[in-house]
Design a protein around this ligand. Sequence first.
Ligand SMILES: Cc1cc2nc3c(=O)[nH]c(=O)nc-3n(C[C@H](O)[C@H](O)[C@H](O)COP(=O)(O)OP(=O)(O)OC[C@H]3O[C@@H](n4cnc5c(N)ncnc54)[C@H](O)[C@@H]3O)c2cc1C
Length: 433
Amino acid sequence: MGDEEKFDAIVVGTGPAGATTALLLARAGLEVALLERGVFPGSKNVMGGVLYRHQLEKIIPRFWEEAPLERYISERRYWLLSKDSVTSVGFKTQRFCEEPYNSFTVLRAKFDRWYAGLAEEAGAMLLTDTVVEDVIRRDGRVVGVRTGRDDGDLYADVVIAADGVNSLLAKAAGLHPELHPQHVALAVKEIIAMPAEKIQDRFALEEGEGTAIEVFGAGTAGMFGTAFIYTNRESISLGMGAVLSDFARTGLRPHDLIENFKENPMVRRLIAGGETKEYMAHLIPEGGYKHVPPVVADGFLVVGDAAGLVNSVHIEGSNLAMASGQMAAETILEAKQAGDFSAAALASYRTRLEQSYVMKDLKKYRKAPAFFESNTHFFSLYPNMVNDAAREFIAVDEKTKAEKQGGIVRSVLAKRSLWGFAKDAIGAWRSLA
Ligand SMILES: Cc1cc2nc3c(=O)[nH]c(=O)nc-3n(C[C@H](O)[C@H](O)[C@H](O)COP(=O)(O)OP(=O)(O)OC[C@H]3O[C@@H](n4cnc5c(N)ncnc54)[C@H](O)[C@@H]3O)c2cc1C
């Protein structure tokens, strides 16, 4: 394909970031090519996954009336899990059972297909089964991409890297360093089929309603990470993720870990009788604010996971991907009007990100990745300690209550000194508050 057939924009990747960018640019009348390596959008994509309503509603008002969603989430539970016990806190509200809802579970194979389909309907040219292998540069600026297809190269005023974590494109454009094992989590997930009524009975839900459980402790065998259990319409999504450096440190294997999690008595009873339909693995960028790469170059922008935009403290990624896609599209439309796609002209994309909740939230938690990476006892010692203390407190026997309280304090201090607690409290406060 020669220059004369060039597009206004080439978007690489049909995840939430790429589909948003392509949809908004096509809606504004630009000639857009949307490229995807999978045989259809979503075929290779993995997410827990909870999709938050707010961001997508800005792009598609009342999307819940047409999107392939699983269940609206009315409840979030947080578990501190040990090998035979759980301490749980949660929040449930009837308000999240009503429009406009707060969040939904989705299965990406269905959701991405629908969402990228909207971009196609708006006029974007969707090319699936197309692996982008490199960027094409001319005089130092990105002018197109090299694909693995026979008809090869595609050209555009601007290329948007929405190719996810470990972005090949951002690396090719010289923006992305190699990912460090401390800054990326390996996540594994299973989809376990179960009839809707059984899910509703087990999780105390009404029809259409869902729950999301985040698990700290035994779910990741004490590694820096979390596990999750989310209810879909007729299946349960269950999985866990932990930083790669912890997998290397412990020698644990993802498959063993997920099996172990499923066998935990607190988990086993929720999934009993279900049938595993899919097993998948994926990486999650966890470096946070300090590891967001430069997001523009001449003729080039990076969005979503490719730019490391994941808030792992709150398990938010898809919304940040969509938000960045929207900001990238707004920036490109301005650049188109000015006829200038230089890095200087595209720099307002970074400013938009910095001024929005996307980077403000990442900035707030900028110290968290390094702190928890070097204090993994938060994921082992504390869940066990809390469960041991709760069991002793609740068990009724002949010990007096004063003896019980004294015993709990002694047992806690035997595991962590007062000085250790103080250090942990200050560190956690500085990382999270
Ligand atoms: C197990 C797990 C659980 C998660 N849970 C949640 C959750 O509950 N809520 C939440 O908000 N976020 C969650 N996330 C994070 C969320 O999935 C991501 O932040 C989000 O998908 C990022 O969107 P994206 O469009 O940037 O990238 P992706 O969704 O990764 O999309 C990238 C796309 O680019 C394509 N691609 C890649 N390379 C090429 C190439 N060379 N050529 C052509 N196409 C290419 C891929 O096939 C893919 O379609 C989770 C992630 C994982 C792994």
